[in-house]
Design a protein around this ligand. Structure first.
Ligand SMILES: C[S@@+](CC[C@H](N)C(=O)[O-])C[C@H]1O[C@@H](n2cnc3c(N)ncnc32)[C@H](O)[C@@H]1O
Ligand SMILES: [Zn+2]
Length: 284
């Protein structure tokens, strides 16, 4: 299967040129100097910019570069590499560290999409062999049956779309927060910190829910460990990369800045498989 981005207007495959992507119907999309392409219909969102902003994306990069999420990143990469993979897509890729680990481990070609321009820009700068697009997980910019594997880590997801772009037999690895995830941090932010009670309540590091049409996973496992947050900058970066940041009062940010912490990392990994020989929109 030759994988290609598809045109958001006519849904035909896009042909890659040096400076742009074109479809047969004559739609053109300029390639940014970093190499990514903006495939949101109309080129931008009508309202305010969507997805993570520049400071959240950079905070996430600092946390990953410090190795704080290495066990999680490795576990996702191991799950993907269990079967041969030629092409893998990260739906909601952020700054690209998960996709980088997955492609290194599996040898697959990496494709990443995110609705956040700062995220895609940062990902493209570092991982120039991957193909990146600004696009939504609710309208993945790929033709049907393209990928042997898909990952979705703490990001909104649409299972019908995920299954559409997976090839028959392809697998999706989905990471969501478990009940104890960042509990000690939340206890410093909220008077009544609500736990992540189930997977449907767990699309980001926050309590926001944006999952559509969840089927039954084939396999579920957990990554759990204690993370020592002695370094103030990294402690604040961890806070800033989560949507908790927005509900943290200045007073509580000061408390967190002054309080070395050990936090629980508790992440659930669910594997979904598209049946062999299934129709385009299989029911699992
Ligand atoms: C919590 S971050 C996770 C990023 C990355 N997967 C990681 O774990 O580092 C959530 C990501 O979802 C992106 N996002 C939000 N809504 C989206 C949508 N509709 N389609 C694609 N990405 C979206 C955000 O911009 C952000 O990069
Ligand atoms: Zn077109």
């Amino acid at each position: 299967m030759i994988v290609a981005f598809r045109c958001p207007h006519c849904l035909q495959s896009l042909t890659e040129q040096a400076a742009e992507f074109d479809c047969r119907a004559g739609h053109h999309f300029d390639r940014a100097k970093e190499g990514y392409v903006n495939l949101l219909p109309g080129g931008r969102l009508k309202s305010r910019p969507a997805g993570d902003d520049e400071s959240m994306v950079r905070a996430r990069r600092r946390v990953f570069d410090a190795g704080m999420y290495d066990p999680v990143i490795s576990a996702v990469a191991e799950l993907v590499a269990r079967s041969p993979v030629t092409n893998v897509v990260d739906a909601g890729c952020g700054e690209g560290s998960y996709l980088a680990a997955v492609t290194t481990r599996s040898g697959a070609t990496g494709w990443g999409i995110d609705i956040s321009k700062p995220a895609v820009r940062l990902a493209s700068r570092r991982h120039c062999t991957h193909r990146y697009a600004i696009a939504s997980s609710y309208a993945l910019p790929f033709v049907d049956n393209s990928f042997e594997a898909l990952i979705n880590v703490f990001s909104p997801r649409d299972f019908a779309e995920m299954l559409r772009v997976l090839a028959p037999g392809g697998r999706a690895v989905v990471a969501t927060p478990g009940p104890r995830h960042l509990a000690q941090l939340k206890a410093l932010i909220y008077d009544d910190p609500r736990q992540h009670l189930d997977r449907s309540d767990s699309n980001t590091d926050s309590n926001a829910d944006a999952s559509v049409g969840e089927p039954t996973p084939q396999e579920v496992s957990s990554v759990q460990f204690e993370l020592s947050l002695g370094d103030q900058d990294l402690r604040l970066s961890l806070l800033e990369m989560t949507p908790f940041w927005w509900s943290t009062t200045p007073e509580r940010r000061e408390v967190i800045a002054a309080t070395p912490l050990v936090v629980d990392i508790d992440i659930q990994l669910s594997v979904y498989r598209k049946p062999n020989g299934s129709a385009l929109h299989p029911v699992l």
